[in-house]
Ligand binder design. Structure first.
Ligand code: TQI
Ligand code: ZN
Ligand code: ZN
Length: 169
């Protein structure tokens, strides 16, 4: 079953059109940007929320960045595997990914020759759930279930994810 963060934080009703931007220093390839766009659309499809990319990192509601090791927020990344990414509850909008992972943004992660390959879209869909206010779910099929293995792709929202997000928005 779905959960929320303590106090049930959510983006306020007047703030349903959210913008997102990538840390300019990261210089992401277009295929990686397309992965985030698809991941946001999965949540937009089942809520009144919209997500629009913007070039202004400082003005964006949701700030996405890849970082390695200690990056100044007290939650350092740990190299290959272990922690892959983290996102903070609303209205923080901070979405950080571990720059040391072997991210797969194109092609089929399930047949990657790297045993440590991690599917970027699967992690993005999960972290966006956190950004919107969902905690972890006990339903194994759900996107918000707290375990994912490398070389796995899980990007479709389960009924449990949809029910949880529709309580919030
Ligand atoms: N990162 C954890 C996560 O996103 C960070 C975390 C731990 C967390 N406890 C939390 C975030 C409580 C919010 C609330 O769950 S992770 C998965 C999953 C991670 C884990 O790198 O371990 C995914 C990132 F759930 F599948 F295991 C993405 Cl999809
Ligand atoms: Zn961080
Ligand atoms: Zn999580």
């Amino acid at each position: 079953h779905y959960t929320f963060f303590p106090g049930t934080p959510r983006w306020p009703d007047g703030k349903s059109d959210l913008t997102y931007a990538f840390l300019p220093a990261n210089q992401l390839p277009d295929d990686a940007k397309a992965v985030f766009s698809r991941a946001f659309q999965r949540w937009a499809a089942v809520t009144p929320l919209t997500f629009t990319a913007t070039d202004s990192y400082t003005a964006a509601d949701i700030k996405i960045g890849f970082f390695s090791g200690d990056h100044g927020d007290g939650e350092p990344f740990d190299g290959v595997l272990g922690t892959l990414a983290h996102a903070f509850s609303p209205p923080s909008g901070r979405f950080h990914l571990d720059g040391d992972e072997n991210w797969v943004a194109t092609g089929d992660v399930t047949t990657s020759s790297l045993s440590s390959a991690v599917d970027l879209e699967s992690v993005a869909v999960h972290e966006i759930g956190h950004l919107l206010g969902l905690g972890h779910s006990s339903v194994e099929e759900s996107i918000m279930y707290p375990t994912i293995t490398s070389r796995t792709k899980k990007v479709d929202l389960a009924t449990d994810d949809v029910q949880g997000i529709q309580v919030l928005y």
